[in-house]
Ligand binder design. Structure first.
Ligand code: UFG
Length: 315
């Protein structure tokens, strides 16, 4: 297929673009490089440097869009909601308009666990209430609502994938954000000597060791789900799937695994809770397993951390 990957110079977008090319698809990456890196655009992809609001220039003859381009920092979204609403919702609505103008009727969308907010039960299923606790989650949920309406009224075919905690690396493609907020890359920065210690945001949560529990999924497994989703996109339907491993690990357990994998001591300093962090976020991925046949192949936290660490040592 001829595919447009928005945000394909970012962490997840570049891994998906690489897998699409390996599967024989023709890929154009559209990215404004506001947070992405041009050298992350996979070999074999055409690159267009532009904002999603200008996606029209890259839509001629395209069969489907995989849409990753977005602002994705929870804390920043609280401080600067306008940027998140304009970019994540406004930008996506412009993209959907441009798709209609160019007769492109299929989309796979990067949604997030942040659409659920503080969960009522664990593991979270797609039918559970969506009450985002920050603008980031709210903008992604708004796009999901728009996709449902466009599917019903305009015949759009859409699949939203709600990611839990994505980590690991795929070959040379790894996480490298200018502002790094995620746990695993921050812990590994201590092992590489870029940071002196890692902060543990709270040890008084109602969990066995008092630190927050999250569901870590390998970026390569996550990316594979996009290829399955692409095959499953059906005009007139919007499907939503959670994507996680179904197993939670605490912040303390993640740090311990990073110590084992890297052989470094990794000093940890206990800090305050980070506002807005739910105690436990674990996905039920039963729906995507049942309907699309997806299965995690590198589910072990050790493998996820080892791949992230391996990519760092190759950089
Ligand atoms: N944490 C630390 N120290 C750090 C970084 C994180 O203790 O230096 C803790 C956090 O408080 C949290 C856990 O590690 O308990 C994981 O934090 P991340 O920032 O790695 O990930 P989040 O669970 O906050 O965020 C993920 C996605 C977001 C998404 C969110 C849904 O990265 O995009 O899940 O709640 F919005």
């Amino acid at each position: 297929m001829r595919l447009l990957v928005t945000g394909g110079a970012g962490y997840i977008g570049s891994v998906v673009a690489a897998q699409l090319i390996e599967a024989g698809h023709e890929v154009t990456v559209l990215d404004d490089l506001s947070t992405g890196h041009e050298d992350a655009v996979p070999e074999g992809a055409r690159f267009v440097r532009a904002d999603i609001a200008e996606a029209g220039q890259a839509l001629d003859g395209v069969d489907a869009v995989l849409h990753f381009a977005a602002k994705s920092l929870v804390g920043e979204s609280v401080q600067q909601p306008e940027r998140y609403w304009a970019n994540n919702l406004g930008g996506t609505l412009a993209l959907l308009d441009a798709m209609r103008e160019h007769d492109v009727h299929r989309i796979v969308f990067s949604s997030t666990a942040a659409t659920y907010g503080e969960p009522e039960r664990t593991p979270i299923e797609e039918t559970d209430p969506t009450r985002p606790t920050n603008p980031y989650g709210a903008t992604k949920l708004a796009v999901d609502s728009a996709l449902t309406a466009y599917a019903e009224q305009r015949g759009l075919g859409a699949v939203s994938l709600r990611y839990f905690n994505v980590a690991g690396a795929y070959g040379r493609y790894r996480e490298r954000h200018a502002v790094e907020t995620h746990l695993i890359p921050n812990v590994l920065k201590v092992a590489t000597g870029e940071r002196e210690s890692v902060s543990v945001f709270g040890t008084d949560y109602p969990t066995p060791d008092g630190t927050c529990i999250r569901d870590y999924i390998h970026v390569a497994d996550l990316a594979r789900a996009h290829l399955l989703a692409l095959d499953a996109v059906t005009p007139g339907r919007h499907e939503i799937y959670n994507l996680g491993n179904g197993t939670g690990f605490s912040v303390q357990e993640v740090i311990d695994v990073c110590r084992e994998v890297t052989g470094h001591e990794i000093p940890a300093v206990v800090g305050e809770r980070r506002p807005g962090d739910p105690a436990v976020l674990v996905a039920s991925s039963a729906k995507i397993q049942r309907e699309l046949g997806w299965k995690a192949e590198r589910a072990a936290l050790r493998d996820i951390v080892a791949d992230a660490w391996g990519a760092l040592s190759r950089k």
